[in-house]
Design a protein. Sequence first.
Length: 431
Amino acid sequence: MSFEFTLCLVTLFVAAAIGMPIAFAMIVSAIVYLFASGQDLALAAEQLIQSVYDSFVLLAVPLFIVAANIMNVGEISDRLLAFCKALVGRFKGGMAQVDILVSLIFSGMSGSAVADAAGVGKITIRMMLKTGHYTPGFAGAVVAASATIGPIIPPSIPLVLYALVSDASIGYLFLGGVVPGLLMTAVLMIMNSVIANRRHIPAEEAVPLRELPRITFRALPALMMPVILLAGIYGGATTPTEAAAVAAFYALLVSGLLYRSLSLRSLYNVFLDSSRSSASVGLVIGSALIFNYIVAAENIPAALSNLLATLELSRWQFLIFVNVLFLLLGCVLDATTIILVIIPLFLPTVKALGIDPIHFGVVAVVNCMIGLITPPYGMLLFVINGTTGIAIKDIVREGFPFLIALLIALALLTAFPELVLALPRLLGYEG
């Protein structure tokens, strides 16, 4: 490792430690590297612009953000909540089960954990606290844990980013996320049932079964979005990026014309918020890809691959090592940085060991999502604290059982690749 790259890393860690946003920290460290190595400083701007604007895949990110924001301001969330309450509210810990199920369904529309937690999650926290049967910390913990499902079930913004750095098929990555998302939902529901029985948390008032068809019909347009999205991709009608545009347009039609819950003013706010979020995400992506240019120039991936080869790790030892590393990094780095900067370092070794890139990508993204609820950096902890005022320490304390449940799901996905690959192979994947 050269002196210039060492100086770059020191600058990055110091800047991040003093509270500089990670995107700016990476840009500053990149400029320091270019200056120290005598290269043209304009390379930083050139790499940022080319990386962001030359990628058609990245266009899916702002489109999914728009779709999520439209659904948060329309009646879609309310109708999904009513549907989920009718299905699982009758069980012990029913309102928490409702939140987990609605996260699964909502995730098939937004692709964003933050959108889930800040939108429908805020509503379910209010509903849980209103019953008087849940502590604020427990309500926040359930919402934080269930929001991690969002970026696994398609559409998924993190899987789009993984496709960007790995050249894996977005379509097969989306398919690979379906079973893992259902597995995460199952383990969270089981853990919630265990806690509800121990704490004697009662069920919600059961919705009569005769009401279920009417409630389902009211929620049907919202429930159809994932179906339309996946049918478009795997039917060959749209690319994943075009499907993101379809998702945003469909959300607009459902909220604005069918449910009539979207005013021009709220639509303006949706576009304003989406622009800010997209710019923020775009800056992180651009800065990470500048850093990737430096990493490639230093030949770090090849050096790391050679180092791991000398250790003679088996594929299972490698996956265990990577999982532990990503879990530790998730405590101090955001998921986007790990996906765009750290994961590419391991891709040559993944290929050399014969590990399927779809399996590795889904497992890595699940790992990164678990990092969203681990202190001190867990993004979802800050989102829930900021939107509800619930203390982070209370969320962390109550969230430990749900963290264990998600780690069990991660272990199963790592040990049994077919949980990820069965559905893609059923629909033509030959990896």
